[in-house]
Every structure is written in structure tokens, then in C-alpha cells.
Design a binder for this molecule. Sequence first.
Ligand code: GLN
Length: 451
Amino acid sequence: AALARIAATDERVHAFLHVDAEGARAAARAVDAKRAAGARLGPLAGVPLGLKDVFTTRGVPTTCGSKILEGWLPPYDATVTRRLREADVVILGKTNMDEFAMGSSTENSAYGPTRNPWDLTRIPGGSGGGSAAALAAFQAPLAMGTDTGGSIRLPAALTGTVGLKPSYGRVSRYGLVAYSSSLDQGGPCARTVLDAALLYEAIAGHDPLDSTSIDAPVDSAVAAVRGADVRGLRVGVLRELSGEGYQDGVTQRFHESVELLGKLGAEVVEVSCPSFPYALSAYYLIATSEASSNLARFDAVRYGLRVPADPDASLEDVSALTRAAGFGPEVKRRIMLGTYALSTGYYDAYYGSAQKVRTLVLRDFAAVFQHVDVLVSPTTPTTAFPIGERVDDPVAMYLADLCTIVSNLAGNTAMSVPCGLAPEDGLPVGLQIMAPALAEDRLFRVGAALE
Ligand code: GLN
């Protein structure tokens, strides 16, 4: 049914870069066989899922939305991929994304944009727009995303779906093609909080193959959903992430959600994190700096594309030609920015300052979490904007990440849940809930209570 739905709708939506019909059918048959044999089945047995094309899949194309990885067949599965298979999930294929997860609209994919199923003239958010659109178009009930600065939560907000960025280190990064290694984190995308909890339980937990993986037990997310209750919970509304600059309908739905939390018995207080206005600039320095280093591996020798050159061309020439042809404009912009920020003479002024801001963000979070259990804000300042509207204005594009990047800088966990439609355009609005690292259960509680 999922494959038929994709066949019927994906020409318009373009959520998938690669549909692995054969692999999906084989996985489904394997589940049937296990069931017939009376074998123990995983908790998500037979459930179809769209996998963001940044997770490696053995023998199945993995492009990260880039021409430079066209034709590359990974020799191994990411830990997330492996865990999904072990949970008997049926992987339908690879979902579209901004090239190397750099973007907020999925327009930076080298293979063309994904369209928002709510309005096909609009973007679905990014970088994981394919995963969110697959959910909203009812192509799959589950999808996987990655969130470096909001790429799970922003598309969730703009498509009326649920997205969780787990705490840094909760979900293995092994086999997740690196963008900014100190910020990257995989997480679940779903249509309901309970579905997100089921998927989270399948993928979370320690992995010896990822040196930054956290070796701590994972609380039951499903239990948190089932016991959803916010009575007595202290909810902080961040002064710095609301107010001016937000679309009216977003502000209205946000205030209604806060009011509802109050009615359900939560204690709502206003709090302040003075470093947050500097966080977006710091994020775009740290993320681009790390990207400039991580993307050095695409050198025309190790992976994918190699542009043919004269027989006597140097390795450097081949690499330069290949990178010029294989990377899109936004990726090049970021490699340049990051290289500049890390260069001698500028390092202290840019990268060093950004790291100091990162420390301040961490301290601000630690201070407010002394007084509140969770924080709430809109997930992003506006609803889905028209395709093409921000492509020539990178800073306008970056502003979509205003509310999400702080949790990545601090390594905290945060979730976006739907909170209604904006009256002025009828498009979905997302509520962001944030909690301290390793307190995912609070997000599941609050998210489920609001559902
Ligand atoms: N929009 C942000 C960026 O382009 C976040 C991307 C992400 O989370 N992968 O960096």
C-alpha cells in the first residue's frame, strides 16, 4: 500500500530520491515468514519507513542530496539502518534532503525540491523535507531525520507532523554522513507522538561504533506517552524566542498551546536566556567550520563522482574539477565560510567567539532548567513559505532556524508537535518543547498531553 501510494503521489511531492521497492518487498516477506514460523517479531514489524538519504544503506544509493555522491553504493549500513532492520521495519527508500543537510527548505537538493503536501507551491522545510513530506502525504507512517540545527523539527512544524531531536549522543552517528559532527543527531519523524516514541525506542541507545554515543539507559518513551500528564510540571516561556518578528498566526497558536498547558495543570512562567540572540550567528560559524573539514573527504578519490581530466592532470586538479562540478552553491558557500572562519588570523575572532557563545548558551540553559522542567517556543517564526522565495537570500533562509539551533549548540533534546493551523494561510504551526539532555521522557509527556 505504501509503495502504491508513493507511485501515485511522488511525482508531485518528490519526497523520495530512491524508492527501494525490491528491498521493501523482500523485507515485508521476511516479516511474514518470521510471523508464520512463530518467531519473535520486533516492535515495529512490517511498518514502512522513509529513511533520510544521509544514512548509509548497504548496496542502496546514498547521495545526501548531492551530485558528488551520485552512483555511490555504501559498503555498510549505518547503525540506525541496522537497528531499523533488526526491529523488522520495512525501509521503503531514501528521502530527499538539502545537499549534505545544509538548508531549511529542501531546495538545496541537487535532485530538485520536495513540495509541501499541504500546498504544493510551498517548501516543506529542511533539510529533511523529504521525510516530513512522506509522512504528510501518507506515503509512510514513519521516517528518519537528522537534526544539526533543526532539520527534523522545522520540517515537522511546516508539515503538521511530529519530530524529535534526541540529546546529542542518544542516537548513533555511525554511518550518518557528517555535516557538523558536534551538532548532528538522528531522530524520529512521525505523525503522532506515540509513533515517534516507538521509533525512538528502536533507534536510541549506546553504540560502541560512535565515540560520542552516550552509555546510559534509555527511559521508555512509550511509557511516558501513556502516562502523559503535565500537572505540576513547570513550563518556561522564553522571552528571547517569542514576540516580534513572528508571523501573527504562529504567535496566536503558540499562546493557545501555552494556555492549554496551563489548563492541563502545568505551571507556566516566563524565563530569559540572554545569550540566545547571538546563537544563530554562532551556529552558522560552528556548523560551517566543521563542514569545511568534514567535506574534505569528497576528494574525487574515495567516493562517488570523478570528473575526467587530462591524463597528466594532478590529483589536486582532478579533485578541484570534481568538487566544482559535484557540490552545489550552498555547500560551496559553507565550505568557503568555514575555511575562512578557521583560518590563521581569523580563528579567534570568528570560530573562537562562536565557541564562547556556545558555552554561554549551555550555561543559560543550565540556569533556566534549575527553575523549569521544560521550555516552549514556536518551532520556527513562520509557516511554510513559497518555493523560491528565499533562495537568493541565505540570511532569510537561516532565520528559519532561529528557535531550533540553541538545542543543538547545547546538546539538549527538543521536539516539535503540531499546534493547529495559522488562520491567515491555513498552514500548520509547530510548537517546540525543549528539555535538558537525556530528559526525552518529558518531551513525550508534554507532547502527548497536547495531542
Ligand atoms: N538549516 C540548518 C542548516 O542549514 C540546519 C540543518 C540541519 O539541521 N541539518 O545548517
